[in-house]
Ligand binder design. Structure first.
Ligand code: NDP
Ligand code: ZN
Length: 180
């Protein structure tokens, strides 16, 4: 069983690394994009003590459909229907305008499955830590502030899922947001 778990996790890391191979993060150092999904999975295992393998798989794959040419059919064929469903839940509809996608993230947060909520919480924590570390090139302070405020609204719909991760997010919101 441990052999099987290790094999599927390595398969996910490898799949994501290939899919994201030409992408970089928006930080000034242009960090390789793959650091992000791996870091989101790490937040879940090390900080959230999450041991649900399908949730960790979904974390590793969570931006492949949104940000690369990957299809849900491909995810389902390679990793099964449960992992695919989790990835679906955390993937924005790319056909919608940016502002609408942001609004829908707030709306969908509260009605997501527990596994999808975990991935979303860890994703937000990773991105907010990135933003506290360094602003992306071309982002005025108002844009950074808007992102913190929006992320807090999404996280408010994800609460009651993982205390440790939510506490870490709240520390960031205390520093960066007005209390709401
Ligand atoms: P983006 O959605 O373009 O960028 C944020 C996303 O980029 C994150 O959610 C994360 O997504 C990814 N990302 C990559 N690198 C980093 C990093 N180093 N730190 C944090 N996130 C990173 O930006 P916005 O969220 O601002 O979305 C656009 C919106 O911004 C529009 O709705 C518009 O209203 C607003 N806007 C505001 C401006 C202003 O000056 N106020 C100017 C332009 C737009 P992932 O997890 O998928 O990698
Ligand atoms: Zn992400």
């Amino acid at each position: 069983k441990l052999d099987d778990v290790l094999a599927v996790i390595i398969k996910c890391i490898n799949f994501a690394a290939i899919k994201h191979k030409n992408q970089r993060r928006k930080d000034p150092e242009k960090t390789p994009y793959i650091n992000h999904p791996i870091g989101v999975a790490r937040i879940l295992t090390e900080e959230g003590n999450v041991r649900d393998v399908e949730v960790i798989q979904a974390a590793l794959l969570h931006d492949t459909v949104e940000d690369t040419d990957t299809s849900f059919d491909e995810i389902e064929a390679e990793f099964g229907v449960n992992v695919c469903q989790l990835v679906r839940e955390v993937t924005d509809d790319k056909h919608l305008p940016k502002a609408e996608r942001k609004r829908l993230q707030i709306e969908h947060a509260a009605v997501s499955s527990p596994g999808a909520k975990l991935v979303k919480l860890a994703d937000k924590l990773y991105n907010l830590r990135d933003l506290e570390r360094a602003s992306p090139e071309g982002w005025a302070p108002e844009r950074v502030q808007e992102y913190f405020d929006w992320a807090q609204k999404v996280v408010n719909g994800l609460r009651g899922t993982n205390k440790d991760i939510e506490d870490s997010l709240d520390e960031i919101f205390k520093r960066q947001c007005q209390l709401i």
